[in-house]
Write a protein that binds this ligand. Structure first.
Ligand SMILES: [Zn+2]
Length: 142
């Protein structure tokens, strides 16, 4: 998917914002919510989940992907991401490198849309291929 309707975009951002309330963030105080749109139309949500040992921490984007994959869904069109301190959306929240790699596992980089919105409502839409150029993916192992 390289384009998305304004209505669907709003629905995804609303769900992502809801997820920021569920973020488990006792250490950073930085909440992130994500809403992942599967090709079958289902939306899978995720929040970030921190851990006292830090490395087991999971990002909102990967939470959403792993929820979907655990339910047998592996094809996706887009993801909306929001984040900020004190559970308030601030600057654009871009996905970390690990999440970009997970996206590349399941999505064709030139056909997967990443939507981000800042606290003033400015939306940025990027293809995964722009966020993770020359990525290593399943095709490299064939
Ligand atoms: Zn991440």
């Amino acid at each position: 998917m390289t384009e998305i309707s304004k209505e669907l975009e709003e629905k995804l951002f609303n769900k992502a914002e809801e997820m920021m309330k569920r973020s488990y963030i006792p250490y950073s105080g930085f909440a992130v919510g994500a809403a992942l749109l599967a090709k079958n139309g289902t939306i899978y949500t995720g929040c970030n989940v921190e851990n006292a040992a830090f490395t087991p921490t999971n990002c909102a984007e990967r939470t959403a992907f792993f929820k979907a994959v655990s339910e047998g869904v592996t094809e996706f069109d887009a993801i909306a991401i929001l984040g900020g301190k004190d559970r308030k959306v601030s600057d654009l929240c871009t996905p970390c490198g690990v999440c970009r790699q997970v996206m590349a596992e399941f999505c064709k980089p030139s056909d997967f849309l990443v939507l981000m919105r800042d606290g003033q409502g400015a939306v940025k839409k990027q293809l995964l291929s722009d966020l993770l150029p020359e990525s290593f993916g399943p095709g490299n192992l064939l």
